[in-house]
Design a protein around this ligand. Structure first.
Ligand SMILES: Nc1nc(=O)c2c([nH]1)NC[C@@H]1CN(c3ccc(C(=O)N[C@@H](CCC(=O)O)C(=O)O)cc3)C=[N+]21
Length: 295
């Protein structure tokens, strides 16, 4: 038996359809959602991600606002661009594309973002709300990748309540923040957070009902460490050159043989990536709905 697919592309299409309706309602009420992006430098990967976000926006009727700065931009210029986005009423939510160039104090930049416009859900105020509000709605953006993972699982009819979720990786955008979402009363999972300092990762993985692999280490989750019937989410994005075609391709954290043991697996690409993008759009629509409600 091979695992069923958690199809992020199909789910993101559904979410975008739902958002298209909400955007039309907002526009009719006089509020147009607008996503801002701040991109510094010319890294082709980052350029590609940002372009993709604006394509997604066009699909659902969200307006796009871009701030593009050269690689050499000084800290002050980047901070000035953040202030412009904070002050621009057309921009209801925005992201600072990461990573920023070397020598830039990223945390200082991120802390300048107006928490009400934080579309990534990574501002300290919004992460703090996630810590403080266990039982009630957050009323600010959720981190996109964690929110997308939970939505992808639940949309496929899998309940996380009472399940043991083992997270591999302690990065800010996924590993550290997903536990805060998973342990909210509305989701009710039990979480183990593992990382490079963990002794005997295998024994943790073997007890997992759900594995979230977000270490950025290709193949760190192997078939022999996965319980039969587990749900496995592959968040890893490493790049390698395909020896056959010579082209660059994405490799995840999950060994392909895991598909023979797990009950459900998220493909990569086609799993978590599209969900992350859909959640960004959802955050922007949410911010615009709060703008309307505050009128
Ligand atoms: N402030 C900020 N917010 C982010 O959300 C953010 C960021 N910075 N920096 C970079 C990472 C990376 N990231 C991805 C989003 C979608 C796909 C995605 O849709 N991937 C497709 C295709 C991948 C491919 O084939 O190259 C897929 O998984 O199917 C991938 C990666 C968001 N990031």
């Amino acid at each position: 038996m091979t695992a069923q697919i958690l199809d992020g592309k199909a789910a993101s299409r559904q979410i975008k359809d739902e958002l298209t309706t909400r955007v039309a309602t907002l526009r009719a009420a006089g509020v147009t959602p607008g996503l801002g992006t701040l991109l510094v430098g010319s890294d082709p990967g980052s350029q590609w991600y940002v372009a993709g976000k604006h394509r997604d926006c066009a699909e659902v009727g969200i307006e796009s606002i871009r701030e593009d700065l050269p690689e050499e931009a000084a800290q002050e210029e980047i901070e000035a661009a953040v202030r412009r986005l904070n002050d621009d009423p057309r921009c209801t939510g925005y992201i600072v594309q990461l990573p920023l160039p070397k020598g830039i104090d990223t945390n200082r930049v991120l802390e300048l973002v107006d928490p009400a416009k934080d579309a990534d859900g990574l501002h300290p105020t919004n992460l703090g709300r996630l810590v403080l509000r266990t039982n009630e709605p957050i009323e600010s953006s959720l981190p996109c990748t964690p929110a997308g993972i939970i939505d992808l699982v639940e949309r496929n009819g899998i309940s996380l309540a009472g399940k043991h979720v083992v997270v591999v990786g302690r990065g800010t955008t996924v590993g550290r923040s997903i536990g805060l979402l998973l342990t909210r009363r509305a989701v009710n999972a039990t979480v183990t957070l593992t990382h490079t300092g963990t002794t005997d990762l295998s024994s943790h993985l073997r007890s997992a009902d759900v594995i979230v692999a977000a270490a950025g280490v290709p193949g760190i989750v192997k078939a022999e460490d996965v319980k039969a019937g587990a749900v496995v989410i592959d968040v890893g994005v490493s790049r390698t050159t395909d020896p056959e075609t010579g082209k660059s391709k994405v490799v995840g954290d999950v060994d392909p043989a895991v598909a023979e043991v797990a009950a459900w697996i998220s493909p990569n690409p086609g799993g978590v990536g599209p969900m992350t993008r859909a959640m960004l759009l959802a955050n922007v629509v949410d911010t615009a709905e709060r703008v309307l409600a505050a009128r």
